[in-house]
Write a new protein. Structure first.
Length: 286
């Protein structure tokens, strides 16, 4: 296994959606999330992390070093209890068991050593601050969610069929965004990576997951979603050489000069990259 990372990273991710709902809000009837004051679309950090977890699970399954802690139908306390059944944990004194269980969880679960986790709900494996964090993604322009009526030519029960007197059509609603380009910011802390064991191999898998996370997350509801650009700022030390917000300001996204009307494709935008400061390297992963 490779050693924990020794450099700080900040990154900018650009992705888009066409005729889909990138992240529905269950408190608003599954409408696309939106900033009510500006009309810009939003995608939560939790949504993005879910897709990364899913990709890693597809890539590695339930391996001894790349299992996923937060996954569908998981009973988290059972997984924490399993950590306490490990010989390396059972053999510890009472006051050392929590730390030993925390180390085991970091070594086994990719998402724990990457994003962190609260694991004090069962037999207690402590809390982990993950080295990798995301902001919400925000659309470059305002979005206009569209509502579509859809028809299902079947019903679920005999009672429904009788009620409709042979006409088995049922009506529904579907919400889409015609097109939107979203920007998201991310941060990777080397000191926190030292604590969780997030290593160079984990980092490469993370970039791979970010680039490909939509390729295995297709659904009719999400339309066409694509990662368009991934700009990575690599600092030459653990603590960094420039504030993240100043690095992010070096990436500017504007409407293309020949673009008119509402944006409907990635080519409607122009991306400009300014020179990076000393001690920072810019890597364009995508």
């Amino acid at each position: 296994m490779s050693k924990p990372i020794e450099n700080r990273y900040d990154f900018v991710l650009l992705f888009d959606v066409k005729d889909g709902n990138p992240n529905g809000d269950p408190d608003a009837g599954n409408l696309p999330r939106i900033d009510p004051e500006t009309g810009h679309g939003l995608v939560t950090d939790v949504c993005i992390k879910r897709k990364i977890r899913n990709y890693v699970q597809l890539e590695h399954g339930s391996s001894a070093t790349h299992d996923i802690f937060i996954k569908e139908k998981a009973v988290l306390n059972n997984l924490i209890d399993e950590a306490h059944e490990q010989e390396a944990v059972k053999s510890k004194e009472k006051g050392e068991k929590t730390e030993a269980a925390r180390r085991f969880m970091c070594s086994r679960y990719y998402d724990v050593r990457t994003f962190g986790a609260v694991m004090s709900t069962g037999k207690n494996a402590g809390q982990v601050r993950g080295p990798v964090q995301f902001t919400f993604a925000r659309s470059i322009d305002q979005i206009v969610p569209l509502e579509h009526s859809i028809t299902r030519m079947a019903v679920a029960t005999e009672a429904e069929a009788e009620k409709q007197q042979g006409d088995n059509r049922t009506m529904g609603r579907k919400f889409t965004v015609p097109y939107a380009l979203y920007s998201c910011y991310g941060f990777i802390s080397a000191p926190l990576a030292q604590q969780t064991g997030f290593n160079e191999d984990d980092l490469e898998l993370f970039w791979q997951a970010v680039i490909n996370m939509f390729e295995h997350d297709r659904s009719a509801a999400r339309g066409l979603m694509s990662c368009r650009k991934l700009f990575v700022f690599k600092h030459n030390n653990k603590l960094g050489n420039a504030p993240a917000h100043k690095l992010f300001d070096l990436i500017t996204v504007t409407r293309a000069e020949d673009s008119s009307g509402p944006a409907r494709s990635f080519t409607d935008y122009t991306i400009q990259v300014s020179d990076v400061p000393t001690g920072v390297t810019l890597q364009e992963k995508l």
